[in-house]
Ligand binder design. Structure first.
Ligand SMILES: Cc1cc2nc3c(=O)[nH]c(=O)nc-3n(C[C@H](O)[C@H](O)[C@H](O)COP(=O)(O)OP(=O)(O)OC[C@H]3O[C@@H](n4cnc5c(N)ncnc54)[C@H](O)[C@@H]3O)c2cc1C
Length: 407
């Protein structure tokens, strides 16, 4: 089965011709992971018609990938590695893709040395040119930890776990680049689970299941939407067709403040610029991702060939520059922003038959598996089945924190 794509012009023609506009059971806004998962469930499980509207020219939201002119599979919005401990989520996505077995490892350039993240025995040994056992690492940190009874910000959390030196080497400047703020200006929850490992596990993620879709994310999304009941409208802001569309329910995965016309003000996001380069060398760096906590304006370089073990005479790399303005990428982790979001959320809860799903609609950093889990839960709710892990409205704001280092 192929995808049912409609062009914006065809949609307008259809609206004019029918005189009654577009008709669907479910209008889904946004074709990222949230929109694709919920559309697939509605179409295949509820047997309902879906109109999936996406303002960009492609499926997949920020997980979109494509083969570039050199035959290298690149991820347009930065490196995306799938990882989860949820068998339910893994089994669900495995219906649409195989996995390539990639295990993510991240290096950081610190004091002129490439060291593993998260901090573990290997990191300590490379950094301090001496051997460490787990007990020695614990004793080393214990001597340096600042005793802070009640950590009040992200700096407090890090220095009370690892001391000032490691804080300055890995966190302080990185945070300033990533967020435009030093850790003392960020809430303690940002680093509430500082990843320190007292072993030699150099994997970035320790989840049971990890990898990348074997034919890429975009192919996986296409397969999810090939059910026949889903019509896709790309390059279209949903507002262009909203008044002409009759639907029973609306699932919104775009920014919640945009939905409500920014009535309580704009929700702030940190944005990113991606600079791609293709070089005439087979290999540029040791691992797919290298972070630069201290030097340069960019935070990290990704070399895409590592993800798919691709052989090629050339290599494509991408520099990531955090920005104050641009596409919304990271919700801002501080209490003032959360307060604004709560106002929108109250408005959202007043609406019947409108559901808010995903990272922009819930103003929350979510890993991909969390988005799928939420979409599956919402599908259960819509099917009036008991929800497996609580309603999609479960307060979960910043429940799953990320560290300043983790993205
Ligand atoms: C740089 C970066 C790296 C990441 N790396 C990882 C990783 O390694 N592993 C991991 O698990 N997660 C990672 N994530 C998180 C991952 O990107 C998200 O979990 C996932 O993209 C969320 O899917 P979503 O559908 O909620 O949002 P999105 O992917 O943002 O999709 C929302 C869609 O809605 C569309 N839209 C918005 N407004 C409108 C409108 N008005 N009309 C129509 N369409 C609209 C947008 O164009 C977009 O396509 C990363 C995120 C970033 C920013």
């Amino acid at each position: 089965m192929s995808l049912k794509k409609t062009s914006p012009n065809d949609a307008i023609k259809k609206i004019k011709k029918s005189g009654t506009g577009l008709r669907t059971d479910y209008l889904v806004v946004g074709a990222g992971l949230a929109g694709c998962t919920i559309s697939e469930r509605i179409a295949s499980q509820l047997g309902k018609k879906v109109l999936l509207v996406e303002k960009r020219g492609h499926l997949g939201g920020n997980a979109f990938d494509y083969e570039n002119e050199h035959g290298i599979l690149v991820q347009k919005y930065g490196p995306h590695i799938f990882h989860t401990n949820s068998e339910r989520v893994w089994n669900y996505l495995s219906r649409f893709t195989g996995w390539n077995g990639y295990v993510h490892r991240v290096l950081a350039m610190v004091n002129g040395k490439l060291v593993h993240l998260p901090l573990n025995l290997e990191t300590m040994e490379r950094l301090y040119d001496r051997s460490f056992t787990a007990l020695e690492m614990e004793a080393f940190l214990e001597q340096r930890r600042e005793k802070i009874a009640k950590p009040e910000n992200a700096r407090d959390v890090v220095v009370s776990a690892a001391g000032t030196e490691l804080y300055e080497l890995f966190f302080r400047n990185y945070s300033k680049k990533q967020w435009g703020l030093y850790p003392e200006e960020l809430g303690a929850e940002v680093t509430s689970r500082l990843p320190l490992r007292f072993d030699r596990d150099t994997r970035y993620f320790t989840d049971r299941f990890q990898g990348l879709p074997d034919a890429g994310y975009t192919r996986m999304f296409e397969r999810m939407l090939e059910t026949g009941n889903i019509e896709i409208l790309l390059n279209t802001d949903y507002r262009k067709i909203l008044n002409e569309t009759a639907y029973e329910k609306l699932i919104f995965t775009g920014p919640i403040d945009y939905f409500f016309d920014h009535m309580y003000g704009k929700l702030p996001y940190r944005s990113l610029d991606f600079e791609f380069k293709t070089l005439d060398v087979e290999r540029f760096q040791e691992s797919a991702v290298v972070n630069f906590p201290n030097e340069h304006e960019y935070t990290r370089i990704t070399e895409f060939k590592h993800f798919y073990f691709q052989e090629n005479r050339k290599t494509t790399i991408c520099y990531e520059y955090p920005r104050a303005d641009g596409d919304p990428f990271y919700p801002f982790p501080n209490p003032a922003c959360r307060e604004i979001y709560q106002k929108y959320r109250k408005e959202a809860e007043k609406l019947k038959n409108v559901f808010f799903l995903g990272r922009l609609a819930e103003y929350m950093y979510l890993n991909m598996d969390q988005v799928v889990e939420k979409a599956l839960n919402l599908a259960c709710l819509l099917a009036e089945e008991p929800d497996i892990s609580g309603s999609h409205r479960t307060p979960g704001f910043f429940k799953d924190n990320i560290s300043v280092m983790e993205k």
